[in-house]
Design a protein around this ligand. Sequence first.
Ligand SMILES: *Cc1c(COP(=O)(O)O)cnc(C)c1O
Length: 348
Amino acid sequence: MTGYIAPLRLRLDAGALISNWRWLAERSGAAACGAAIKADGYGLGAAAVMRRLASAGCRDFFVSNWGEAAELEPLLEDGMTLSVLHGVREEDMAQALSSRARPVLCTAAQVARWRAANGGPCDLIVDTGMNRLGLDWRGEVATLAANLNLVTLLSHLASADEDTALNALQLSRFRAIVATVPAQRYSLANSAGICLGPDYAFDVTRPGLALYGGIASLVAVPHIRQVVWPQAQILQRRRLLEGDTIGYNATFRATRDHEVAILNLGYADGYLRAFSGRGVARSDGTPLPVLGRVSMDLMAVDVSERPDLSEGDWIDIAYDLREASAQSGLSQYELLTGLGRRYDRIWA
Ligand SMILES: *Cc1c(COP(=O)(O)O)cnc(C)c1O
């Protein structure tokens, strides 16, 4: 649809993305700072994110599966790496063997599959207590890893965004693995892990959320900038009289007259019904509260304070991730990855 201008858009702040990466890189100390760009770069667009971070000096990228890797492999330049966090299924082998991306092997069966195929350089993930993906830290990791051409050995923190004993426990388990399993590099920390301090950094860090403006730790608050700024166009302006209701199931009833703007944005765009009656839009600093229930493609905001706003005007949707998370009960991750396909994504 060339030339089509969508009635909703994400303003994406490239300067903020790069500034966030630079801060995380600095906090990573001597470790290289990579980037998790799975789930289409947390909803921003993986290729666009990868290009911008590469230009800032980021070299190590992480996606979940080989569908994501296929889209990004053409962007790999000398010295850049792309790791596929879910490893290789049988169905992935043909692609993986001819790819410049490499698998993060997760299970004994994946290790056997990769070794039998003489797969070449690979990463390996060890589970140290999250009990999600990876070889069990209590198992024969060194034996399983023997003779692999192991580039990066990873583990992943379950609760790095909390002050909990599990962090130190995972760290000590990972150190024991590092001492017994040879690899070129070791990697443990996600965004929140980077904020836990230099002990967690090892050789490569893997931030995701914080790159995109998410706050995973209070330490990060003064340094991490908002990257994603949703905007929607007014489709209709109308008057709501005292006693009128608005939206599905009439959940808002006016106790006075209101002026209302109907915006071209809804839960199919990731602005979920949890924002009904709670979310806020903004225009030049004026808060415009969401009235009634968010529909699939539409929502209503109160513009009583702003007689100047009319059909066709663009409205900002307040999307500070911590505030929006508190309003909606959705995680900062969900707020980003749910944003959907209908926005024009405009980098500035
Ligand atoms: C998603 C993911 C990351 C990034 O985590 P954030 O919390 O978004 O920083 C890092 N490592 C692994 C293995 C992941 O799955």
